[in-house]
Each structure stands twice: as structure tokens, then as C-alpha cells.
Design a protein around this ligand. Structure first.
Ligand code: F0G
Length: 459
């Protein structure tokens, strides 16, 4: 019998959840315009929409919150967080932000000009949109293995170094205000990046004098993958691996709502003093004074503790064990999933599961709807709803290679029996895939469509 390692914590406070009946779920779907972002959380039984801000804080984090210093400037909480950020990431300058996209927004506002390019292994939706909204063109240059769900490459988040060099030569380094790397690669299956690859990417960016920023949302999970899979790292701690990784970059944007296990928070770090001064001014305009950056003092304290807890080895072993468990169970019942398991989520290959539905009719959206309809489970589509766009040169729609449905596992929140229930629910859906139809938009905004779009079934 497959099992994941026992959770290295026990439950002290519970949050009741309930499965509403089938008719109520159907009504909820209809009212939501078949967009699960519009569901009431109360109507969701198991919420795998995101691992962002949805983790369970520890007693140490809750205790730290009571120490929060709410002074407008120079709060004690700020200095406690500064100590953690300095020790773990080691950048010369840093700013707190209310979440990751605020850090991306500031960076894009300051650096991206009309017609610029920003390469990355793969951009997540908010970095993509922040760059696009400044007239920039986010470009994904991940290795080809990332697009093959069955390929067992240990670091499928790696950048394709040849593609990166060719790309820089083609568009010109002067048109690339900064280059990125996302660890782990969320849009491509939560797959890790190797230290060797980051080192090589850093070297390439440096040789063209392109500043290198890491999208650091899942830095700790990436570090644990490096420890487990990369030669020479088995005896290093996740903290040591993290320190080495960030020593290679010129800065980072980070959503602290993931590996720092807080409900809200983010970071923007850099080495360059000039950029820091400008970023500070942007922060004051948009977020708040530089010692709180859109957060309460207590949020800074929760983050200071969470940054370390996210790096604890027994926690990471259990965390990645849960993901691997769910992945393996789904594979056992014949469901196509991205292999090997990523860090924070399992990704169902809806394109392969529902081959009769074309990109333009959103097979992944159809599967998301069925997960809720069948079992009150909320996942998220990572495919044509989220990533398709109109090519600015040709005016044609560009669709992503993979139509994925992500089931993100909130940290320290669900147990093995919840995961087993998900597998049972998927099994029921698999038995009736022929009946499942595609969807079309009845409303969609220009950017970040998935959040507020509404759909109807193509019956
Ligand atoms: N970068 C990555 C890799 C992310 O996964 C996210 C958020 C962000 C940046 C933006 O951070 O939400 O704090 O503003 N991802 C969440 C998700 C929303 O569900 O994967 P944010």
C-alpha cells in the first residue's frame, strides 16, 4: 500500500468543511458562470484551487503574530523579518510587499518598456500579465522535456540554455531589461530547477549584463528537490542550498504565501542600490512605507517565522511526499498526470484525458467543472483560459501546448484521506469522459481572464 510520510504535526484546531448535495453543487456552478473562482468557499468541500495563502500556520507563527509591532515606521516586526530575509536570501536590499504580484508590478513598472522582452523558464500568470501590461513580451524558454508530461527528467523546470542564448542574440540584450527564472516552475507542473542550470543561466545573463531576478515563490521546495536529486547536495541543508541559489541572482520577487506559509505577504529583493531607491519610492506610492510594505506588523512576524519553517526537512519530506502520493494514486487509476510529481500540486493532463475537446473549447475548464460537479473539489485550469493570447504581430490566437488542471495542495492542511477522496472522485469522472463537453466564454477580460471569465457549456 502506497503511503506518504506521516505528517510531522498534529491537529490542534479544526476548520469544518462540508460536501453540499449534488443539486446544490449544480446550482452553485450555474450561478458561478461555470468559473470555480466565482464559487463561495462555503460550497467547496476540498479546496485545491491554490496553495497560495491557504496553508495552516504553526503555533509558533500564531504566537509570533501576537508580538506584531504595528508602528508605522521602524517596527520591531520589520527587523525580525529583516534578519530572516538576510540570512536566507542574502540580498543587499529588500522590501516587504503585500504579495508577490506587487513586487512584480514594481519591478515591471521600473524596468519594462514597450517592446521589451523578459525571458524566463516559464512565467506564471501574474508576472506574464505585469510584463504584458507595460507593453513587454514575456517569453518562456524552458527545456522541451517540460512539455512532455511523461518525461521523467529530474529538473523539468530547467531553462534551455541554447534557446536562451539564441533568444538574447535574436532580440538583443539591450531589449531585455531583466531575465528571470521561476523556482519551482509553477506554470510547467511545479517542476524544480537544478543548481547547475541556475548557475549556467546566471552566467549567460551576466555575460550580456542582463540583471537576473528569481521568482522565488517556492524556493524551499526547489531546495529540497536539489537535495534529493542533484549530485553533491545530499548532505546540504535546504537552507544552505537556498543560500547558494540566491547568491547567483541579482534580485528576486517572491510571494510569501507559498513556501513562507503565511496567508499574505511578499518580498522584493535586489543588489542594485539605484534600483532599490526607485523601488522604495514606488512601494511608498502603491503599498506603504518601506518597513511594512502593505502588511500589518503581525504579518511580518508570521513571515519571519514561516521562512524558516518552510525550510525544515521533516516538513519538506512530508510536503513533497503528499504530492508524490496523490500523483502516484492518480497514475495507478490510469489518469494522465505530469510526471514526476512536482512540489506543490498535481497536474492532470486534461488534453490527454478529453482528446475530443479542442483547445478553443477549453478541455481543462471542462475537467475543472466536473471535479466540482462530481465531488465538490475545486481545482484550477492552467491551459487555454489562462494562457491563450492574441499574437500582437499576426492577430491569431496562440494556445499553450498543454491543457492542464492543477490540484494544488495547501500546506499542512489536508490529510491522506482527503487525498484518497480526490482519487475516488477522479475515478468516477474517468468512467464517463465521453459525455463531457467543452465550454465557450460568455465574458472574458483582456488580461488574467481566468479569474473573472464566465462560461457556457457547448452542449
Ligand atoms: N510567481 C509564482 C510562481 C506564483 O505561483 C505566484 C502565485 C505568483 C508569482 C504571484 O504571487 O499570488 O502572492 O501575488 N501563484 C498563486 C497560485 C496565485 O495559485 O499558483 P501572489
Amino acid at each position: 500500500m502506497t503511503q506518504h510520510p506521516p505528517e510531522p504535526y498534529r491537529i490542534k484546531m479544526v476548520e469544518p468543511v462540508k460536501l453540499i448535495d449534488k443539486e446544490a453543487r449544480e446550482k452553485a456552478l450555474e450561478e458561478a458562470g461555470y468559473n470555480v473562482f466565482a464559487l463561495k468557499a462555503e460550497d467547496v468541500f476540498i479546496d485545491m484551487l491554490t496553495d497560495s495563502g491557504t496553508g495552516a500556520m504553526s503555533k509558533h507563527q500564531w504566537a509570533a503574530m501576537m508580538l506584531g509591532d504595528e508602528s508605522y515606521a521602524g517596527a520591531r516586526s520589520y527587523f525580525r523579518l529583516a534578519e530572516a530575509v538576510d540570512e536566507i536570501f542574502g540580498f543587499e536590499h529588500w522590501l516587504p510587499t503585500h504579495q508577490g504580484r506587487a513586487a512584480e508590478g514594481i519591478l515591471s513598472t521600473l524596468l519594462v518598456k514597450e517592446g521589451n522582452y523578459v525571458p524566463n523558464n516559464m512565467h506564471f500568470d501574474t508576472t506574464d500579465a505585469n510584463i504584458r501590461s507595460r507593453g513587454g513580451r514575456p517569453t518562456n524558454l524552458v527545456i522541451d522535456e517540460a512539455y512532455d508530461p511523461e518525461n521523467l527528467h529530474p529538473f523539468k523546470g530547467n531553462m534551455d540554455l541554447e534557446k536562451l542564448k539564441a533568444f538574447i542574440e535574436e532580440v538583443g540584450a539591450e531589449n531585455i531589461p531583466f531575465g528571470m527564472m521561476t523556482v519551482t516552475n509553477n506554470a510547467g507542473g511545479g517542476q524544480p530547477v537544478s543548481m547547475e542550470n541556475i548557475r549556467a543561466v546566471a552566467k549567460i545573463y551576466k555575460s550580456y549584463e542582463i540583471p537576473f531576478f528569481i521568482d522565488a515563490a517556492r524556493y524551499a521546495e526547489n531546495a529540497y528537490f536539489v537535495k534529493m536529486r542533484e549530485e553533491g547536495y545530499a548532505d546540504k541543508t535546504p537552507t544552505e542550498i537556498t543560500q547558494e541559489l540566491f547568491s547567483l541572482a541579482d534580485g528576486m520577487t517572491m510571494s510569501a504565501k507559498k513556501d513562507a506559509i503565511v496567508n499574505i505577504g511578499g518580498l522584493l529583493c535586489m543588489r542594485d542600490n539605484n534600483l532599490f531607491v526607485q523601488a522604495q519610492n514606488e512601494l511608498i506610492m502603491r503599498e506603504g512605507f518601506p518597513t511594512y510594505g502593505g502588511l500589518a506588523g503581525r504579518d511580518l512576524d508570521a513571515m519571519a517565522v514561516g521562512l524558516y519553517e518552510g525550510l525544515e526537512e521533516d516538513y519538506l519530506r512530508s510536503r513533497l511526499g503528499q504530492t508524490a502520493y496523490l500523483n502516484e494514486k492518480l497514475l495507478e487509476i490510469g489518469v494522465p498526470v505530469i510526471q514526476p510529481a512536482g512540489g506543490h500540486a498535481v497536474y492532470l493532463d486534461a488534453g490527454a484525458l478529453l482528446p475530443h475537446i479542442p483547445h478553443a473549447e477549453f478541455p481543462d475548464q471542462a475537467l475543472v467543472v466536473e471535479l466540482y460537479r462530481e465531488g465538490g473539489i475545486r481545482g484550477v485550469e492552467l491551459g487555454s483560459v489562462m494562457f491563450s493570447y492574441e499574437d500582437p504581430d499576426t492577430g491569431e490566437m496562440v494556445y499553450p501546448d498543454l491543457e492542464l488542471v492543477r490540484l494544488a495542495i495547501p500546506r499542512r492542511t489536508y490529510t491522506q484521506s482527503h487525498l484518497d477522496y480526490i482519487v475516488e472522485t477522479v475515478e468516477k469522472i474517468v468512467a464517463r469522459t465521453d459525455e463531457i463537453k467543452g465550454y465557450r466564454f460568455t465574458y472574458a477580460p483582456q488580461f488574467l481572464k481566468h479569474f473573472t471569465a464566465r462560461f457556457e457549456s457547448i452542449a
